[in-house]
Ligand binder design. Structure first.
Ligand code: ADP
Ligand code: MG
Length: 255
């Protein structure tokens, strides 16, 4: 593959007080590529995707979306943080799906899906509504537009959250353990939506504890520990031929 990466993360560092959450993380995601991220709790997986989505600032390194520096701009020869509006516009080119869905509880499903389309992306309410209904059908929730989140199961809420993230035509989708808050019987309905996105060529980073899914859906898999990418490779390399003792020990917990 020769195309420029959709996302480039270069030597990113992030501290919380004295705690180093990301200790020089680099990765590239190319168009249509699915990268899964595995690793123990506390290894920095959420911090990584939250930094990419600019929910957290970074303390070092740089990130580029379609070659454009994320979060900062040059001003008189110095880097300075982007003004909020431009940071929001960059964030709007990525779709993020959280463990806890993060839907607006007091809004209908439809409004959850249309708000950002109108406010950030300048679509008319009618365009936004059409897109929302199309996406609800795509995630298997046609007919739920007027429902409120509390009337839906966790699996349905998460599918609404995925539709919401898709509604703004993101260049990349970021998933942070999208099935960890779900009852086991609801996991598959969400994973199958993510699987469909992968088959449709969506560019994605997926943090997950579902090892068989991480293997099946990935073009490339990263293993993180202590804020670093310890190992990365094809699913076969990571799951069948893990090189580091730490990855082997981690994987043995799931078999
Ligand atoms: P993971 O998603 O792999 O479980 P996280 O990225 O959530 O790991 O966290 C990495 C480390 O950073 C953990 O030690 C966690 O306690 C710490 N951390 C994450 N977010 C914060 C925060 N907002 N304030 C302080 N420490 C944090
Ligand atoms: Mg996490």
């Amino acid at each position: 593959m020769t195309a420029a990466p959709v996302l480039r993360v270069h030597d990113v560092r992030k501290r919380f007080g004295d705690h180093v959450a990301l200790d020089g993380v680099s990765l590239e995601v190319r168009a249509g590529e699915v990268v899964t991220v595995i690793g123990p709790s506390g290894s920095g997986k959420s911090t990584l995707v939250r930094c990419v989505h600019q929910l957290e600032g970074i303390d070092g390194g740089s990130m580029y979306l379609d070659g454009e520096l994320l979060g900062y701009e040059f001003h008189r020869g110095h880097l300075r943080p982007l003004p909020d509006r431009r940071a929001a516009a960059q964030r709007g080119r990525m779709g993020m799906v959280f463990q806890q869905f993060n839907l607006f509880a007091h809004w209908s499903v439809l409004r959850n899906l249309t708000e950002a389309q109108v406010a950030v992306h300048g679509r008319t309410p009618e365009q936004a509504r059409e897109e929302a209904l199309r996406l609800l059908e795509r995630v298997g929730l046609a007919g739920k537009a007027e429902a409120h989140p509390r009337q839906l199961s966790g699996g349905q809420q998460q599918r609404v959250a995925i539709a919401r993230a898709l509604a703004t035509n993101p260049r990349i989708m970021l998933f942070d353990e999208p099935t960890s808050a779900l009852d086991p019987e609801l996991v598959d309905e969400v994973l199958s939506v993510v699987r469909d996105l992968a088959a449709g060529g969506m560019t994605m980073i997926i943090v997950t504890h579902e090892m068989s899914f991480a293997r099946e859906v990935a073009d490339r898999c990263l293993f993180m520990e202590h804020g670093r990418v310890v190992e990365s490779g094809t699913p076969q390399e990571i799951f069948d031929r893990p090189a580091s003792p730490r990855l082997r020990a981690f994987l043995s917990r799931f078999s």
